[in-house]
Design a protein around this ligand. Structure first.
Ligand code: IMP
Length: 173
């Protein structure tokens, strides 16, 4: 049985980082309207915190893609839910919980690029750099973390532990 163990990022560290990111993002968009696209399910916690501290008008939309089974990457990415809104000529900021192999974001970016947004950027809460299989340009990153499976702050293991206000390593009981 695996359970959340050592805390990697505390609630306070996360709060501070979200504020920092919001500052940078707000400077870059300077009052332009932005559609934040959350990649479900994991990104909704980060997105909801981020959208409340940025200083520009935000619209929100979601995509759901599946690329994982347990803690194993399969290499497959399937779109389960697409955007409700048109993004042509709009500023789009993809908001992702964690970038691991990069396959998910790469697929999402490819799909959205074809719809000709005015701009397309990526904001990832966590970056597991060491596991990258495809190159993805990340415009904003919260924390770079080691190659360990983490849960909390939206991140799950088999749909559990998303509600933890901190990020913890998943460990054997
Ligand atoms: P990628 O396609 O390999 O980059 O995987 C990205 C997706 O895998 C994320 O959106 C998460 O849903 C999931 N994922 C990757 N690593 C973790 C982790 O450590 N904890 C929870 N979910 C993870």
């Amino acid at each position: 049985m695996v359970i959340p163990g050592k805390v990697l990022l505390t609630e306070n560290e996360i709060k501070k980082k979200v504020k920092e990111l919001a500052k940078r993002v707000s400077l870059d968009y300077k009052g332009e309207e932005v559609i934040m696209v959350g990649v479900l399910k994991g990104a909704f916690v980060f997105l909801s915190d981020l959208m409340r501290v940025v200083k520009f008008p935000v619209k929100v939309d979601f995509m759901a893609v599946k690329s994982y089974r347990g803690t194993e990457t399969t290499g497959e990415v399937k779109v389960l839910l697409d955007l409700k809104e048109e993004i042509k000529d709009k500023n789009v900021l993809i908001v992702e919980d964690i970038v691991d192999t990069g396959l998910t974001l790469n697929a999402v970016r490819g799909i959205l690029e074809k719809r000709e947004p005015k701009s397309l950027k990526i904001c990832a809460f966590l970056d597991k750099k060491g596991r990258r299989r495809v190159k993805v340009k990340l415009d904003y990153v919260g924390f770079t973390i080691p190659n360990k499976y983490v849960v909390g702050y939206g991140l799950d293991f088999e749909d559990e532990y998303r509600g933890l206000p901190y990020v913890a390593l998943l460990e054997e009981e």
